[in-house]
Design a protein around this ligand. Structure first.
Ligand code: IFM
Length: 453
């Protein structure tokens, strides 16, 4: 189904997103310290095939060529993250100027191509030294993050206007601290609750620190959000859906936009209560300029004997991750966010799909399923915009195939294929679709010439 580019205002930003550990490589260069993902992926059995981010897409060395690709694509904006251990190898204290210099060069290259940088400060690569000192379950890590945020904003804030403090704190807290499938690999629910509390607290402190260092900055946070649907209209299924919504969505949205944890999650409230100091909730609720939304799938929930159960329609289309393709869930999510939380602006900071791409005899990568996925989700965003939801931009996940965490390089999300043995970049058909789509949007009218005299 073709998408109508005129459904979006002329200043809507079309972008693509990435994250430091997933693309940069150069894990031991220019004074970079160790991150929890270096340690985790080097631990046998943690990441499929023993893959690590040591080389990844080698973006650290090849970023200029990749910015060239972004310019060919016609991107308005590029979302990337900063690797904390490049800037502060021990997590706090000594600043590694060479690490900051890399982001300085990247930002300048983007701006030289009129691509706006959107910087995320934390996309899961905690310095290992901080993990060794207790990690996110301890409050000191939140203090360290605020210091780091101020250092980076002071260096880049004259050119970077849009800042996200964290990426998907739910994923980092729960998959990394309760399920153990991501770094740092802990398996304790109390650790997950404590990590989430300190991530939220550090977000609030960082908002202030960024604004101090870079007055005029637009500051937000990126959450992974999935609209939760009840599997039926029975009160039991409705209650189960509300509980899942609480654990994944409202646990973050409520403190950020309402200054309070959702009261209905009794067990979790018991765990978090001793960690909440005076002023924490006020800090977490610092007014934001925008909310970043990462959307991949919805939840369908039924009431099981042991609590809520996620259910799946085996006939529904799905991606290579086993995630259901459900674009209406993005529309429902965006309209709900506007109605219930009223963020001043929303950016869809990630949306995309992994499929089993192959490079075929013509040298190209034909990925019609990804193009269809992107078209249908962009259409859903357009419907939300038409309904008055203040969505200001959309970022495809991802520009490049990259290190998909515990899946290693087995899952390809890029609109550019990476031939890992050679690191050659091959734009997929979805890249050309996105390029043509961006190129066909209505242009902003040129300002009227000023009349002489
Ligand atoms: O690759 C991840 C990204 O790091 C965070 N959001 C979801 C993507 C796909 O799993």
């Amino acid at each position: 189904m073709p998408v109508d580019p005129a459904a979006f205002p002329p200043d809507f930003r079309w972008g693509a997103a990435t994250a430091s550990y997933q693309i940069e490589g150069a894990a031991h260069e220019d004074g970079r310290g160790e991150s929890v993902w270096d340690r985790f992926s080097a631990t046998p059995g943690k990441v499929r095939n023993g893959d690590t981010g040591e080389v990844a897409c080698d973006f650290y060395h090849r970023f200029a060529g990749d910015v060239g690709l972004m310019a060919d694509l016609g991107l308005d904006a590029f979302r990337f993250s900063i690797a904390w251990p490049r800037v502060l190898p021990e997590g706090r204290g000594r600043v590694n100027q060479a690490g900051l210099d890399f982001y300085d060069r990247l930002v300048d290259e983007l701006l030289a191509h009129e691509i706006e940088p959107f910087a995320t400060l934390f996309h899961w690569d905690t310095p290992q030294a901080l993990e060794d000192a207790g990690g996110w379950p301890v409050r000191e890590t939140a203090e360290a993050f605020a210091e780091y945020a101020e250092i980076v904003a002071a260096r880049l804030g004259d050119r970077v206007r849009h800042w996200m403090t964290h990426n998907e704190p739910w994923v980092y807290a729960w998959i990394g601290h309760s399920w153990g499938d991501h770094a740092p690999g802990r398996t304790s629910e109390p650790d997950a609750v404590a990590a989430a509390h300190h991530l939220l607290l550090s977000h609030g402190w960082a908002v202030e620190a960024i604004r101090r260092a870079a007055p005029g900055a637009q500051v937000g946070i990126t959450l992974s959000l999935s609209h939760a649907y009840a599997a039926s209209d029975t009160p039991e299924d409705e209650a189960a859906a509300w509980e899942i919504d609480g654990g994944t969505n409202r646990w973050f949205l409520d403190p950020i936009f309402r200054g309070a944890y959702p009261a209905d999650l009794l067990e979790r409230n018991k765990l978090v209560a001793p960690l909440v100091h005076d002023g924490d909730l006020e800090a977490m609720g610092a007014p934001l300029d925008f909310l970043g939304v990462n959307y991949y799938f919805r939840h369908v929930v039924s009431a099981g004997a042991d609590g809520p159960r996620l259910v799946r329609d085996p006939e529904a289309p799905q991606t290579d991750m086993g995630w259901e393709v459900y674009p209406d869930g993005l529309h429902a999510l965006l309209t709900r966010l506007a109605e219930e939380y009223a963020p001043p602006a929303i950016y869809v900071t990630e949306n995309g799909a992994a499929f089993g791409d192959v490079r075929v005899h013509d040298g190209r990568v034909h990925d019609p399923e990804r193009t269809a996925y992107l078209q249908s989700h962009v259409t859903a965003v357009g419907r939300a915009v038409a309904a008055g939801v203040p969505v200001k931009g959309y970022f495809v996940w991802s520009l490049l195939d990259n290190f998909e965490w515990a899946h290693g390089y087995a899952k390809r999300f890029g609109i550019v294929y990476i031939d890992y043995p050679t690191l050659e970049r091959v734009p997929k058909d979805s890249f050309y679709w996105y390029r043509d789509f961006i190129g066909s949007r209505p242009r902003q009218p040129a300002p009227a010439p000023v009349a002489a005299g």
